[in-house]
Design a protein around this ligand. Structure first.
Ligand SMILES: [Fe+2]
Ligand SMILES: [Fe+2]
Length: 274
């Protein structure tokens, strides 16, 4: 696929008709506010991570070019579009101030040391992140009934799946050089999955929540309850088969083992998302 072709299906902020948003369908739902504002922070902060990634792939012109000219601008566009939507529905929310607080917190955990030790394994880890985002937006699309939001998260979700495909292709490219065995690849997948479950989303949710409830604490009951409600909502609409299929793909399991792993992963995922 050429880079021009890869970008030919792209969309812009003009495709999101903010004047048509049916505000009453979204505004009362605090969980949606947390999910969308939190996602807008993580997406907008993604350039921190890109810098680390681009450094790790110095010398590989194809990957560096794609990261800097396609992947990063698209992630930033996700952030801008989500921010615009959030501002439209909750105009009293001071996005800039909440994002500044998020960034100060988030940037502490975003250093080159947290990348995987080899290029192939980092690409496997990136597949996990794109699996997480693609399924997150799919869940939001299912759980919301506001048409403009549905269209917006539909665009974003398709971008995330496309990102996954790129990272998966680069994973294969580097595995031909590195010859990692399945256990090693599984280690990278599991590490990034755990890291993602514990950190990224929660940073976003917390800074969105704190902006509305300045007197609360991150470990306090009010925030923990809001997180529990938000996670429960996502879990009810989460596309588990899609997530497991994407998560297991870099392991290239034989079909019989793949079926077995699917059931094991399904169970593990239910336990993790409890
Ligand atoms: Fe994104
Ligand atoms: Fe992405």
């Amino acid at each position: 696929m050429t880079s021009e072709k890869a970008n030919s299906d792209h969309w812009s902020l003009d495709d999101i008709l903010l004047d048509s948003v049916e505000i009453g369908r979204v505004r009362p739902r605090e969980e949606l506010f947390l999910l969308l504002a939190g996602a807008s922070f993580v997406e907008t902060g993604s350039d921190l991570y890109t810098r680390n990634l681009v450094e790790q792939f110095q010398g590989d012109a194809e990957v560096s070019w794609w990261l800097a000219n396609r992947w990063q601008p698209e992630e930033l566009q996700h952030g801008r579009a989500l921010r615009a939507y959030v501002n439209r529905v909750w105009p009293e929310f001071d996005w800039q101030a909440a994002f500044a607080a998020f960034l100060a917190d988030y940037s502490l955990g975003c250093t080159t040391e947290e990348l995987e030790p080899t290029r192939c394994l980092e690409m496997a880890a990136r597949c996990v992140v794109e699996t997480g985002t693609a399924t997150y937006y799919r869940a939001i699309q299912t759980l919301s009934d506001e048409p403009v939001l549905g269209r917006l998260v539909g665009f974003i979700q398709r971008d995330e799946v496309r990102h996954y495909k790129h990272f998966f292709r680069y994973f294969n490219k580097y595995n031909e050089l590195e010859h990692n065995n399945r256990a090693t690849v599984l280690g990278a997948l599991a590490r990034r999955l755990l890291e993602m479950l514990q950190s990224d989303a929660e940073y976003g949710l917390w800074h969105a929540f704190r902006a509305r409830h300045p007197r609360t604490s991150r470990k306090g009951r009010e925030f923990r309850r809001a997180v529990a409600r938000t996670k429960a909502l996502v879990r009810r609409h989460y596309p588990a088969p899609m997530a497991i299929k994407m998560f297991l793909k870099p392991l290239a399991l034989p079909p019989a083992l793949n079926r077995l792993s699917y059931h094991a992963a399904n169970l593990a995922q239910r336990l993790i998302l409890r």
